[in-house]
Write a protein that binds this ligand. Structure first.
Ligand code: ADP
Length: 174
């Protein structure tokens, strides 16, 4: 990366989500985003309403390991309003992935609401490679739980952590 001239701001974007767990679709969006932005802050949502499979710390650790060789990626947790998080971290862009038309309505509403709450915050939509357009964290968890192969869908660390969760769950039942 070229050094920033004096007074020049880095192009910093936030990529918020549950990442429960991160999939190759997320990784694809982050990799593409790094071609456009100088720095991507992955904001892992702490949502007490949803019952996640992985704790926030586990989700952050997996993401940290996957991008351990990429100093332009940072991982943080957040709760509350995204616009506040963005303001506190001096970011003006939010990255969101669009898989299919079904994502559009919710994303459209959220982008407009965030823009209303902070007109300086822009939402930047990106499409993943076509092979990840059907992929969601929930789908991965479900396929893995039922014994399907998820090798091409998640990074190896995620697959081994899902295996471990499953072994523990089976042990606690027996
Ligand atoms: P989900 O919506 O599957 O629960 P997240 O909350 O972790 O996942 O999603 C964070 C962001 O990543 C959202 O903008 C979502 O649309 C996007 N995303 C999730 N999976 C993919 C994928 N396979 N390809 C592109 N974008 C994705």
């Amino acid at each position: 990366m070229t050094a920033l001239a004096c007074g020049e701001r880095d192009r910093r974007a936030i990529y918020p989500g549950s990442f429960d767990p991160i999939t190759n679709g997320h990784v694809d969006i982050i990799t593409r985003g790094l071609k456009i932005f100088d720095r991507i802050l992955i904001a892992v949502l702490e949502n007490p309403v949803k019952e996640p499979l992985f704790t926030v710390a586990e989700r952050m650790a997996m993401i940290g390991e996957i991008f351990s060789g990429e100093p332009r990626v940072e991982v943080m947790s957040f709760q509350g309003l995204l616009v506040d998080f963005a303001r506190n971290h001096d970011a003006r862009v939010v990255i969101r992935g669009l898989r299919a038309v079904s994502d559009f309505e919710y994303e459209f509403q959220m982008a407009l609401m965030n823009h209303k709450l902070n007109p300086d915050l822009e939402t930047f939509f990106m499409m993943p490679s076509v092979r990840y357009t059907f992929l969601s964290s929930n789908m991965v968890k479900e396929v893995h739980r039922l014994g399907g192969c998820i090798r091409d869908l998640v990074p190896p660390i995620v697959e081994s952590n899902l295996d471990e969760k499953k072994r523990r769950a089976e042990r606690s039942i027996s």
